[in-house]
Structure formats: C-alpha cells, structure tokens
Write a protein that binds this ligand. Structure first.
Ligand code: NAI
Ligand code: MG
Length: 502
C-alpha cells in the first residue's frame, strides 16, 4: 500500500515528509504494518512516527534492486546520464535546502549553524564531486604480452547494502549512495533508527529527479532486524557500514557466514591531538576546541585525547579552558548555539556514564562534567575537560562520543608518538607545530588514516577517508571509494599465441 506524506512543524516551518519505506521508486507501508516513533533530542518528545521495515521488506527491496540491476537499464547506462542525475539531485537538494536542514536539526539536535555550513554543503558537494567521476572510471590496456593483448573493465558490483549511523545522517546517506550510483550499482540502504528523517526527504527528491525506480531503496528500521538482514543477505553483493566497532564486527561475521560479500567499514576512533611547544598556541586552542565541539563530540574522528608539551601545558590549559567555557549550549535552532543536545537518551546516558567512570578512576574534572537541565527534557551536557588522566583509564581508551576531552602532558616527541599510537583505533590524529620537518616526521609515525597539521576535524569529500587498525577497512571519499564499488574484469584477446601442447 502506498504511504502518504505527513506535515511536520519545525521552527516555524511546515515540512512535508513521506514516512513509508522507499522501494521501487515509491513510498510504501512496511509489509507487517509496523511503525516506530522518532524523537527530537531537544525535548525528548516524539516528532513523528514512520514505517519500520523488517526482514521481508529487505527481501523485497533486494529483489527490486536486483531486477533493475540485471536489466542493465542503470548498470549499463551512459555514465554521463548517471552523473547528470546526481547533479540534478544536488540541485533539488539546494531548492529544498531549508526543509532538509530543518528535518536534520530537529531529528539529530545538530545546530542550524553546523548543519548549514558543514553537513548540508558537504552532502551537496559530495554529490557533485561524484557526478564528475561518472565518465572517468576506466580500465587499462596491455600490449606487453607477446601474442595477446589484454584490457580491464571496471564493472559495477551489483546490489549494494549500506548501513549508516545517526551522527551525520544526511552526509552519510550521500557519502554512501553517490559513489555506488555513479558506478552503476543499485542500492538498499538503512538509515539509523534514531535519525531516519533526512533520508526520507532525499528519497522524495531522488524520485523527483527521475532516477529509475528501484535504483535506490531505503528501508528504515532497526539494526537487529533490517541491518542484520542486509548484512546476512545472500543476494546482496557488497555491504558498506559506518558506525561502532562492535557492530562492524557483527557485520563482518554476517558476511562471512552468508555469501562472503566484501565489507567496507568506517568505525570508531579515539584520536590524539598533539600540541608541540613551538605551536601557535592560540590557533591550537581554537582547532582543539573545534576538535571536540564539532557535532558535540559525536564524531568518529573527534580529537578526544589532547597531549600538550610540558613547556606550554599551563598556557594551553588556561586558554583552552577559557575557550571551552565560551561554548554556548542551547537549542539547535537558536543561531547563537554552538552545542545542541546529544543525539538520544541512549547517547546521553552513555556519556554521563563515562564522565562518572573518569571520576571513579581518579581523573580530575577540570571543567563541566554535568548534565544541563534546561527544563524541557533535552539531552544537554556541559563541555567537559578531564586532567590528571592515565593511559589505562576508560576515558582514555574508549569512544565516548560526547563533549568530553582528556588532556595529558608529555615531554618528548618519541614519548608522545608512543602514547598517541597506544590505542586499538586508528582513524585520525593531529599535531600542532611550526616545525614542518617535525610535522612530516610525526604524521608519518602516527598510525591513523587521516592526519592534520595545525588544524583538526577537516575532512573533504575529494580526499580518501578511513581507518587503520580497528577503525575500519577501506576508504570512503576521493577516487579511492570507487574501488569499493567496482569489480575489475580482465579480458584477454588471442593475437596469434599458440595453444600449449597437452
Ligand atoms: P551502531 O554501530 O550500533 O549503529 C550504527 C548503525 O548500525 C545503525 O544504523 C544501526 O541500526 C545499525 N546496526 C546496529 N546493529 C546492527 C547489526 N547487528 N547488524 C547490522 N546493522 C546494525 O551504533 P549505536 O549503538 O547507535 O551507537 C553506539 C556507539 O557507537 C556510539 O556511542 C559511538 O561510540 C559509536 N558510533 C560510532 C560512529 C562512527 O561514526 N564511528 C557512528 C555511530 C556510533
Ligand atoms: Mg531523532
């Protein structure tokens, strides 16, 4: 049955939103008729309820995605036409910008400021970037083997399962679908149950842009049902996931237990941020504050372990504390807000639990450390700085995913590199120094997929992004991700080579 749109009232706007699953180019009810409610983290109240997919809906979405893939209507289409459609979607997103941003902020608690300057332009920019790749993915030829010539073709993988998290719902949706679509794959994607709204709106625009039905299918729902069904599916050819390391392991296991589909994972982090004594301290303070404040710490590459050289420790700590004290915690739609509510009750409880563990393990709460009760049920937490930390403490080892940063002192470059790398994660790392030889030495030594010099939390869609160690497998963004969405096929031609004698 076809699902109808509902109207949401957000910050003085009326935003219409389809609430069904998006399968075969239409919004439909879940086969079992299930629905689930979606919360506003600024109040803890229900915003809307939407269709909740189950395993049989995944089966239907995969069936459709397979059928479309096999016709070649998309997979063998003129790549320039696929690029044009991605550009059209980018254009429609811009035309609907205020609605998309309103939905994203109400659903996630993101500030309107961050969403307008980062999430939204990052999503549109990614679409346009991959649109440009449409007619540039190609193979190689070899005439170096006497008696033959060979060439390679880059072919789409097939039906791609994609599972995304709640911290950057719009951007992760686009990061996932854009490279998959431009290379001719079809997609079955699951949004996060905490933040499913912007994906629904974008699917409406996908239909409006004129993508062939069934090329993109969205099954909203939970990880244990929809996510698990995607990971285990025997007719999904590849799965791409962003989220926690624990769930990443479960997805890899599911792939191994089913059809050995290739898996790419973008997982958690516990990223170090190193301040050398010759750094521009004011600039290092600013970037380090952004390192934790961006999305209120709910960022996989957040700079959660700050190491400061002993010669500048007191100066850095004083200035950093002052800077973090100026962070305005408030309602996402208030233009002066720098930090909104945390994404969910689950996340709020988890962050407060980590703060408690830091105190119990003997660290000092240097700033913040408490929830903020604004009297309206929102999940607000003070920007928090821990000092007197030791490497074995939970707050130094585990991903907190909140506005909580730990600061430690160091005395030598070799020592700080050892400490920085002393983690099972390897997503990102930064150093602040004016000595560029040191910067090259240190970034070379840091075991992380993204490193920064004199900046933090800067990720551009044109540069590969991904993790070392338990932070993931494979790269997103840049040309690198196109490898994940194409098979390379070799074709040999006989140009007179004799058949070997048997
Ligand atoms: P999660 O990794 O469980 O959720 C991410 C996505 O995976 C969601 O769409 C979820 O529905 C799905 N999922 C859950 N279980 C699944 C399963 N068995 N099979 C397939 N899909 C499944 O993360 P969660 O529980 O929402 O957050 C817990 C912690 O994970 C956070 O506090 C944070 O530390 C970390 N996290 C890291 C992210 C990152 O970008 N690195 C993003 C989200 C969470
Ligand atoms: Mg929500």
């Amino acid at each position: 049955m076809t699902d109808t749109s509902q109207t949401l009232h957000i910050n003085g706007r009326s935003v219409s939103l389809p609430t069904g699953l998006f399968i075969n180019g239409q919004f439909v009810d879940c086969k079992q008729g299930a629905r689930f409610s979606v919360q506003d983290p600024a109040t803890g109240k229900t915003l809307i309820s939407i269709a909740e997919g189950r395993e049989d809906d995944v089966d239907e979405a995969v069936r459709v995605a397979r059928q479309v893939f096999d016709t070649g209507e998309w997979s063998a289409s003129n790549p320039a036409d696929r690029g044009a459609l991605l550009n059209k979607l980018a254009h429609l997103m811009e035309q609907n910008k205020d609605d998309v941003i309103a939905l994203e902020c109400a659903d996630t608690g993101k500030t309107i400021q961050q969403c307008s300057t980062l999430d939204f332009p990052g999503s549109v920019g990614t679409l346009r970037y991959y649109a440009g790749w449409a007619d540039k993915v190609r193979g190689e030829t070899s005439f170096n083997i006497p008696g033959t010539f060979a060439y390679t073709r880059r072919e789409p993988i097939g039906v791609c399962g994609q599972i995304i998290p709640w911290n950057f719902p719009l951007m992760m949706f686009i990061w996932k679908i854009a490279p998959a679509l431009v290379t001719g794959n079809t997609v079955v994607i699951k949004s996060a149950e905490a933040t499913p709204l912007s994906a629904l709106k974008v699917c409406e625009l996908i239909a409006e842009a004129g993508f062939p039905p069934g090329v993109v299918n969205l099954v909203s729902g939970y990880g244990r049902t929809v996510g698990s069904a995607i990971a285990h599916h025997m007719d999904i050819d590849k799965v791409a996931f962003t989220g926690s390391t624990a769930t990443g392991r479960a997805i890899m296991r599911a792939a191994a237990d089913s059809n050995l589909k290739p898996v790419t994972l973008e997982l958690g982090g516990k990223s170090p941020n190193i301040i050398f004594p010759d750094a521009d301290i004011d600039s290092a303070v600013e970037w380090s504050a952004w390192g934790i404040n961006m999305n209120f710490g709910q960022t996989c590459h957040a700079g959660t372990r700050i190491y400061v050289h002993q010669d500048v420790y007191d100066e850095f700590l004083a200035k950093f504390t002052d800077r973090m004290s100026q962070v305005t915690v408030g309602h996402p739609f208030d233009a002066s807000t720098n930090q909104g509510p945390q994404n969910s009750q689950m996340q709020y409880d988890k962050i407060l639990g980590y703060i408690d563990s830091g105190v119990k393990e003997g660290a000092t709460v240097h700033l913040g450390g408490k929830a903020i009760d604004k009297g309206n049920g929102g999940y607000y937490i003070q920007p928090t700085i821990f000092t007197n930390v030791r490497p074995e403490m939970k707050i130094m080892r585990e991903e907190i995913f909140g506005p909580v940063v730990a600061i430690a002192e160091f005395s030598s470059e070799a020592e700080v590199i050892r400490q920085a790398n002393n983690t099972p994660y390897g997503l990102a790392a930064a150093c602040h120094t004016k000595d560029y030889e040191r910067a090259i030495r240190v970034t070379n030594a840091l075991r992380a997929g993204t490193t920064w010099v004199n900046m933090y939390n800067f990720v551009h869609w044109s540069v590969p992004f991904g993790g070392y160690k338990e932070s993931g497998i494979g790269r997103e963004c840049g040309e690198a991700v196109l490898e994940n969405y194409t098979h390379t096929k070799a074709v040999y031609f006989n140009m007179g080579i004799p058949c070997p004698k048997v």
